[in-house]
Design a protein around this ligand. Sequence first.
Ligand code: FAD
Ligand code: NAD
Length: 480
Amino acid sequence: MAADYDVIVIGAGPGGYVAAIRCAQLGLKTACVDDWIGDDGRPALGGTCLNVGCIPSKVLLESSELYARARQDLGRHGIRLGEVGLDLDAMMARKRGVVGELTRGVEQLFRANGVDWIQGRGRLHAGRTVAVEPRDGGAAQRLQADNVILAPGSSPSDIAQVPLDGERIVDSTGALAFSAVPERLGIIGAGVIGLELGSVWKRLGAAEVVLLEAQDSFLPVVDEQVAAQARRVFAQQGLDIRLQTRVTACSTANGDVEVHYQGQDGEYRARFDRLIVAVGRRPNTAGLADADASLLLDEWGFIHVDEQCRTNLPGVYAIGDAVRGPMLAHKGSEEGVMAAELIAGGSAHVDYACIPSVIYTLPEIAWVGETEQALRAAGRDFRSGTFPFAASGRARALGDTDGFIKVLADAASDRILGVHMIGPDCAELIAQAVVAMQLGASAEDIGLIMFAHPSLSEAFHEAALAVHGRALHKVERRRD
Ligand code: FAD
Ligand code: NAD
């Protein structure tokens, strides 16, 4: 019997929708099954990223930064404003507007490329049959595909001691939609979401933002020098980050959330108006595959895949947050393209050593490749060059001089092994480092390239020169 589709993709987040578009571009008959329901109660494409993740969080980070700058920074530039006010409803409406534009944009891309959008919950059965339960609860539709790409994404993890109530105690989705600025905000988890959303509400006027973090080090995946500077700057901004804390109980009474936690030297109690739980995310794999399909999951529920995202089942691929590797939208999208190319008979791979990461705080934190502590632990012989934004003319003109760029290069070959940044516009600057690393550049190569003056990019140039003690705009001890 002929299959209904060449490819069925389950999940329309940045992994799944990109995979579906690329499959269709390659001439494959493609359907994408997704069960997301948007704020307006209607099905919406784009998954976590577009609806309650990357996009709405960046909209609020941008709006809150403008608000904070208007209140605190513009005077330094000689700009006098009248009273600066906050219209949170308008800010939230703008956020919804941007989300709607982008999710409808994916709908248009599906139409233009001929991808069938099937609304409902998909379940994989043996032999690449996908059963789709429609949203209205009618009979499940069974579709046969030659290939299946599983892209079900992830959901916020929870902790037993802190049950969410959807109002005072919320996850990241709830924290993107508070109807008023909390006076006292507690956040469990000082990871990426805690820092980004903590920054949003602090800038919008929260008097107190306390982050309770279980680990004994701050941002352990980030280069240690960057993490240390970030912690200093965040403390100046009023983010109260408490490490080595364990929440033991949580209750709500008289409108307050009371959190009991064990700190480094005893038991503590803290009261908040709102509490955000941001302790990581788990893969959406419960119920994704029927037992008869025999899909292999690992002990944490991630779908087991090889380097090219093949599962244990022939013709079945899995991508994005539901498989190993960092939970990042661009990583899922590149895996989606790879799966599509492989299905179409092409060759493709993802370079997992070259995935950029960004934390969209102010200053921004961005990195690619190995950290200095990882190189040291591995006994690698490397050289390091740093350049501070305080010595950059463009950063001074902006008034954003916190931070630096660090380039790490192999001591023998000079090949760049990692680049770490904290400072203005690092989300954009890191792309230069990714291109350099992907093309196998050495620190010397970057030192020989001309960068526009005055620009923040010059800091990358100077950090690469600094690897050999040759930075021009800071005092150097010559090394070769
Ligand atoms: P998802 O985006 O989670 O999409 C999966 C889709 O599949 C969803 O629509 C889901 O409803 C659907 N689905 C699941 N199971 C089924 C099923 N059985 N049948 C039908 N449909 C199903 N990443 C970045 O790179 N940059 C950022 O700035 C960033 N910011 C973030 C901010 C926040 C607050 C959060 C929560 C996340 C952020 N992320 C960011 C992470 C990013 O959102 C995820 O890495 C990304 O969305 C994962 O893509 P995905 O396609 O794997 O899954
Ligand atoms: P995270 O892993 O970045 O941080 C979670 C933090 O919570 C960790 O520091 C962890 O030690 C801590 N934690 C765990 N259990 C705890 C407990 N019981 N008490 C106190 N602290 C505890 O996860 P996240 O911030 O929830 O973000 C989830 C995912 O979403 C991340 O993997 C991230 O990649 C992705 N994301 C990316 C971006 C971005 O790219 N800018 C933004 C937001 C989210």
